[in-house]
Design a protein around this ligand. Structure first.
Ligand SMILES: Cc1cc2nc3c(=O)[nH]c(=O)nc-3n(C[C@H](O)[C@H](O)[C@H](O)COP(=O)(O)OP(=O)(O)OC[C@H]3O[C@@H](n4cnc5c(N)ncnc54)[C@H](O)[C@@H]3O)c2cc1C
Length: 396
């Protein structure tokens, strides 16, 4: 007979583990916890990514943070802008292993939350007011489903741009960079494959994560990343010997249109496949944490699940507009980001990047950018179909 749960969480990654952790932390006692199963294909957790985000008030995640910085830089063609907004703003970094371990320590001993590693959901179908999940290891029945399976490469076609990156963490005997400053968008440039830059995260002056990044549309651009990284390694190691400690890579869809299908009540998508990725930046970690706390409270107090909150309309529109211009004019992207870094006050820019801009911050962002490429985007046919080329002529 199939096992019956109140809640099935598909995927024990960032969103799935965050929700399980928050349910455990926020429930008054064991009996108020929904009987939960998390289905996760991996059999063990590795340090597979580094989550970074800005915050003025780090709160309960402080214990997971490895480092924080008050300054970050943008550079292109040898010119650099350094931002230090003050007002308590810092850029924080959480190694995935800290996050996974914390969640697993809470989930492991809990009788009402079960993590099934090495399993995988194949199909989900509604069944008498519940759901039947067919998994590699047999069927499961659940009253509610939170589906955190990440976007597939097929889903990437619904995005405006892809943010692709390959990075390595290196250690050297010699100091390589200044340790008190993150290179947020360094060496910005463009080539026939699109817009590119390096992301430099110094754990210390001789221990850094170097990530070569592209905002692009196709696999050909992604294939350039190995060569980009080789160049970046030469540049930042400055001839010193180094040892590669760890690698990470990813392809994040930016401006992902929601899937066309409508899900039945009590089954929602969450995490990167459920609207958590900020279109203009590709950041999702903090948004997932906020959703997870709200969803856990709703489940515990109201016995209902909630999706990622919708993007404020104006911010969503600005992001989409910005991405579309970069999609069609990647050669302008270095100037755009340098203009934002030069002309927008650092605290206003960081509020914009962290989803909490004031109206005057949004205005500052708009005024910093050159108008003409954006006006060209207003071509009515392109607004209906952003995939049309920039020089498409509107008839009728
Ligand atoms: C290398 C990397 C670095 C990133 N760095 C940052 C950052 O610095 N800041 C930031 O804000 N964002 C960052 N992101 C973006 C985002 O925060 C992460 O992708 C985050 O992990 C998304 O969480 P998620 O739960 O949606 O997806 P995941 O963490 O990928 O979890 C999805 C889970 O679903 C599981 N799964 C897949 N198929 C099935 C199936 N059929 N059945 C059951 N389970 C399944 C997967 O195994 C996985 O564990 C980064 C992304 C990557 C890839």
């Amino acid at each position: 007979m199939s096992q019956h749960y109140d809640l099935a969480i598909i995927g024990g990654g960032c969103a799935g583990l965050s929700l399980a952790r928050d349910l455990i932390k926020r429930s008054a006692d064991q009996t108020s916890l929904p009987r939960t199963v998390i289905i996760e294909p991996r059999t063990g957790y590795a340090n597979d990514r580094t989550w970074c985000f800005w915050s003025q008030n780090i709160g309960s995640e402080r214990a997971l943070v490895k480092r924080q910085w008050r300054q970050w830089s943008f550079s292109s063609q040898g010119q650099q802008h350094l931002h230090e907004p003050g007002e308590g703003w810092s850029y924080h970094c959480i190694p995935a292993v800290n996050f996974y371990q914390h969640a697993l320590n809470l989930i492991g001993p809990n009788d009402r939350v079960e993590l099934r590693k090495g399993d995988q959901v194949k199909t989900i179908e509604p069944l008498d007011g519940s759901f039947r999940l067919q998994t590699l290891n047999g069927d499961i029945i659940a009253d509610k489903v939170i589906d955190t399976r990440p976007p597939t490469t097929d889903d990437h076609a619904r995005s405006t741009l892809l943010q692709a990156f390959i990075g390595v963490e290196i250690r050297s005997e010699q100091a390589l960079v200044k340790s008190d400053q993150v290179g947020l968008m360094e060496d910005m440039a463009s080539d026939e494959f699109g817009f590119k830059f390096n992301y430099i995260l110094p754990m210390s002056s001789n221990h850094i994560l170097i990530e070569s990044t592209r905002f692009c549309r196709d696999r050909a651009a992604i294939r350039q990343l190995d060569a980009d990284l080789e160049q970046a390694l030469k540049r930042y190691s400055r001839g010193a010997d180094y040892q590669i400690v760890r690698r990470e890579q990813g392809v994040i869809p930016m401006g992902l249109e929601p899937a066309a299908d409508t899900l039945p009540p009590n089954w929602i998508r969450a995490g990167s496949g459920g609207g958590a990725i900020r279109a203009a930046t590709g950041y999702a970690f903090r948004r997932i944490q906020n959703w997870s706390r709200q969803c856990a409270d709703q489940l515990l107090e109201q016995d209902r699940i909630i999706a990622q909150p919708a993007e404020p309309a104006l911010l969503g529109l600005m992001d989409q507009f910005f991405l579309r211009v970069i999609r069609h004019h990647p050669e302008l992207a270095p100037d755009f980001f340098m203009a934002l870094a030069e002309k927008v006050e650092p605290a206003a820019l960081v509020r914009f990047l962290t989803d909490q801009p004031r109206l005057k911050d949004m205005l500052a962002v708009v005024l910093a950018l050159p108008a003409w490429p954006f006006i060209k985007q207003l071509n009515p046919a392109r607004l209906r179909n952003p995939k049309l080329p920039a020089d498409h002529v509107h008839r009728g």
